[in-house]
Design a protein around this ligand. Structure first.
Ligand code: SF4
Length: 431
């Protein structure tokens, strides 16, 4: 009899959201969370395939679970992208795994645990959960689409998540209403290519800008509405207009650039040029002057020259991000770029990344300093680990702020930003 569960989640926000949905299902069926992996009756590894290192960590964990299974009965399930990509390898090389359920089969986990004999393990399409709420949290993810049609040449996601599927609009709005009633303060609409949301019903089509407007119209207590990750090619003028006009849409935009060089963007199959990307950034800056940016950047793509790498540096300078997720190209088995010629040596990739991080640090300081001394609404996150009389919070622009006081986690306070210590603002509460 399975009474307790253990979930390990690897990878992206979508996996975190899907694990939340699964946990709600398990709790709803009367299961309880185990205190440790060793005590659980069932363990579920929700895996990621984006990087080889994420898969290696799971292979390592499977060794531990094989040992636990020698001590007491345990049902072991591997789900998510690695289960999708390496289904046969897992079945052959990890006999301790009882079920390997790919990305489209995650919703079958409860059935597998409760009535394994009748569970139908093959499904055709991705299915969304009813809710992705994690009890007690003031910040929640809402998956609105899954999959990707873009096939960037370095990315495994379209192969493991499949083609794009959009969640019915009424289900999304229902979840927003539910979260609003739970006291959630910020929501993040999620999708691998979130702004290509496209839902058809009764002959009419709803696209992402209209969905965002609808979400704003039903959010009463929710303070900020975010979305992750948009594709630059789908970032339309209509979307900019909605972000500008709707107060609840957080004015902090994560727009993955990847490279600032048009030839490399072509090899990456990103479907935009340097000029088009920078024009988009300039349009947003003009229309929404208080917007801040985050981005993703990859250096050392096969055949990238020093000059092309410098194009990325100048584009980053122009964009002026306050957050950047930077990495170097790592060939991913199963993607087109794995066989691209003229690989940049690992040493050179490392050098470019180190220089990029140092350069971007100066940009963080430049951009954040501009905003010091201003007022910011802050959602209280936690008590500071360094000083129990201080609290940590996050602004609309996703920046950490530390300030004196004692406030409930999840409450909103107005803070004057007084300085910058590393990446964190210091501030004083004004309300
Ligand atoms: S848009 Fe490109 S990088 Fe993003 S998930 Fe799709 S293929 Fe991967």
């Amino acid at each position: 009899m399975i009474r307790s569960y253990w979930i390990e989640t690897y990878g992206c926000q979508m996996n975190i959201a899907e694990s939340n949905a699964l946990e709600l299902q398990l709790k709803g069926a009367g299961l309880v969370p185990a205190k440790t992996a060793e005590e659980a009756d069932c363990a579920i590894l929700n895996t990621c395939s984006v990087r080889k290192s994420a898969e290696n960590r799971v292979w390592g964990r499977l060794g531990l679970f094989a040992h636990i299974k020698t001590l007491h009965p345990l049902t072991l399930i591997v789900t998510g992208c690695m289960a999708q990509r390496l289904q046969e390898d897992l079945k052959d090389e990890a006999p301790q795994v009882d079920y390997v359920l790919g990305t489209n089969d995650k919703h079958k986990i409860l059935e597998v645990l409760v009535s394994p004999e009748s569970a139908e393990l093959r499904t055709e399409a991705y299915s969304f959960g009813t809710s992705y709420y994690h009890e007690g949290e003031y910040s929640s993810y809402i998956p609105i689409m899954n999959g990707c049609n873009n096939f960037c040449s370095y990315c495994i996601v379209p192969y493991v998540r499949g083609r794009e599927v959009s969640r019915p609009v009424e289900e999304i709005l229902e979840e927003v209403r539910f979260l609003d009633a739970q006291g959630v303060k910020e929501i993040t609409l999620l999708g691998q290519n979130v702004n290509s949301y496209h839902y058809e019903e009764d002959g009419s089509v709803l696209t992402f800008p209209s969905l965002l407007e609808k979400v704003c119209s039903v959010a009463v207590n929710i303070e900020w509405i975010r979305f992750e990750s948009p594709h630059p090619k789908d970032f339309s003028d209509d979307l900019i207009k909605v972000i500008k006009e709707q107060e609840k849409v957080a004015k902090h935009l994560h727009i993955p650039m990847q490279s600032g060089n048009t030839r490399i963007l072509g090899l990456m199959n990103r479907k935009y040029t340097r000029e088009r990307f920078l024009t988009l950034v300039e349009t947003i800056k003009r229309e929404i002057p208080d917007a801040t940016f985050a981005t993703d950047v990859m250096v050392g793509f096969p055949s990238e020259t020093e000059e092309e790498y410098q194009d990325t540096i100048t584009a980053l300078d122009q964009m002026g991000c306050i957050e950047a997720f930077m990495y170097y190209f790592n060939p991913r088995e199963g993607t087109a770029a794995v066989s691209f010629p003229a690989e940049v040596s690992e040493e050179e990739r490392g050098r470019r990344l180190t220089d990029l991080i140092a350069f971007q640090h100066k940009i963080f300081v430049r951009e954040k300093t501009k905003r010091t001394h201003g007022l910011a609404k802050v959602v209280v996150n936690a008590v500071s680990r360094n000083d129990k009389k201080q609290m940590l919070g996050r602004t609309e622009h996703n920046e950490m702020v530390v300030f004196d006081g004692s406030f409930a986690v999840g409450s909103i306070v107005t803070v004057r930003l007084t300085g910058l210590k590393g990446n964190t603002y210091t501030g004083t509460v004004e309300n």
